[in-house]
Design a protein around this ligand. Sequence first.
Ligand SMILES: [Zn+2]
Ligand SMILES: [Zn+2]
Ligand SMILES: [Zn+2]
Length: 244
Amino acid sequence: MNGGPPNEYHTQPSATASAEPRKRRSRQPATRKRRRPNLTPTENGSMPGKYGPYTLANASAAVMAMPVHDPKPVDISKRRTLDPHGNPLRTRRFGVMELDDSYPSTPDNFMNLKGLSPELTCVRSCDWTDQPCGLFIEMDKTSIDGHLWYWHGLKTTATPCQFEGCEDTEDMKHWGCHIEGVHFETSYQCAYCNRHLSRGDSLSRHLRGCKPFAASKERAPRGAYQQANIKLVQGYIVPAVSAT
Ligand SMILES: [Zn+2]
Ligand SMILES: [Zn+2]
Ligand SMILES: [Zn+2]
């Protein structure tokens, strides 16, 4: 989808968050950690999901509902309708956008977008050209990897990137990293010296030599230090709760 430029949105942890001892955020009781979706459809055919009901992917749909931001809907007539296990793929709707939330998720899936209110999430369209899915992906590596596995059947890492306009012809090893950094333009900022870095691993390397970071760590009570990471994302901000 190449509609207008996405709304730009930068997330940052709140200023106080970094100084506080690490708090375990458990949005779900531990027993539900490995949540499997409840596959019993309700009367109207939708299924319970993390933030709202799923609807079954419509096998006969040729285009997705047109988002207000996107005048050029993707032709999804060839898209997969079954998951790798042969079950129907499920999606949930985010307002006018159809967002994939059907892959197995990890408990911290959405916690990367610190600073964004829990009612909101940030998505970008998937521009995978082999069997276009017409979906939006949430902005973290786990979601991206899960999406590619689930919707595009990416089983092996030994394949080049199929994102539209991708100039990287090498076989890909770190899909989440590549798509997040190259196609979704996610970047990172050192919370201690404000230096911008394009990738999470370069931020980690940078921190090893960052003097303000070392000084901040020094001042913190023993064992209570939490590193502040600033992840800069750009995309559509949509309600994290299904709006339909
Ligand atoms: Zn896709
Ligand atoms: Zn690529
Ligand atoms: Zn720094």
